[in-house]
Design a protein around this ligand. Structure first.
Ligand code: ADP
Length: 220
């Protein structure tokens, strides 16, 4: 990833985890929280960690927030603060803003403010866990869009066992692209047309959500 500059405002569980992940990836991160104890936890992790109330426009200006490539507003509980900070960050001309929404109303306001990406970590994780509890063959998935996803599916249907990927003709028959393949829960590898599926292999497929759901049903 090309080196960018980030600022994470709010170092709660979500903001803290974003901050650490970015720092681990070698990105430049400015970490901001109004509580010193929170900031202290990130002073050896972030490039710069600052105690500041981000609701103060002058503070944001003096931190040079407008020069940051990507700002993450990770204030959740205090919705009013989240909205005000987001508004100011946008007004100061930050190119890309991600903001965490606490609920659907909060998300609507953030979208109206022109936030580039609104995230709902608790809701999304709940959906993900719920999905994994109800679907024993979809090992994991990632929504790439509202109707397109990437999913790891465990092959359990005997009709698929012993067939090569070429014979399965995933693209034409199921409208899916096979991106990777793992034999018996081993590491994922790039698939070849001649690879033969055995029971408990898993495949990583990309395609429209409906096509993935339909394919997953065939495994049950
Ligand atoms: P999470 O659910 O991810 O833990 P929280 O809402 O509990 O999220 O945490 C948000 C963080 O944002 C807290 O550490 C809080 O101190 C910080 N925060 C809230 N308002 C401001 C503000 N105006 N300026 C800077 N930091 C703030």
């Amino acid at each position: 990833m090309k080196k960018q500059t980030f600022a994470v405002i709010g170092l709660g569980r979500f903001g803290g985890s974003v901050c650490k992940t970015l720092a681990d990836a070698g990105q430049e991160v400015l970490a901001i929280d109004k509580y010193e104890s929170r900031v202290n936890d990130y002073k050896d992790i972030a490039t710069q960690a600052v105690v500041a109330d981000a609701q103060d426009e002058d503070v944001l200006r003096s931190l040079g927030i407008r020069n940051v490539d990507h700002v993450i507003v990770a204030i959740g509980e205090d919705i009013q603060a989240s909205i005000l900070v987001t508004l100011m960050v946008k007004e100061q001309g930050v190119k890309y803003v991600t903001a965490k929404a606490q609920n659907e109303y909060h998300a609507k306001v953030l979208e109206k403010l022109g936030v580039d990406r609104v995230v709902h970590p608790e809701r999304d994780m709940g959906v993900r866990i719920g999905r994994s509890l109800t679907s024993k063959n979809m090992v994991d998935y990632l929504d790439l869009d509202s109707n397109f996803k990437l999913a790891e599916i465990l092959i359990t249907n005997p009709e698929f066992v012993g067939k090569s990927l070429a014979e399965m003709d995933f693209r034409d028959r199921y409208g899916l692209n096979v991106i990777a393949l793992a034999h018996s829960r081993q590491e994922m590898v790039l698939p070849s047309a001649g690879d033969v599926l055995t029971e408990n292999d898993s495949i990583l497929v990309a395609g429209p959500t409906r096509a993935i759901d339909k394919f997953e049903e065939l495994m049950q």
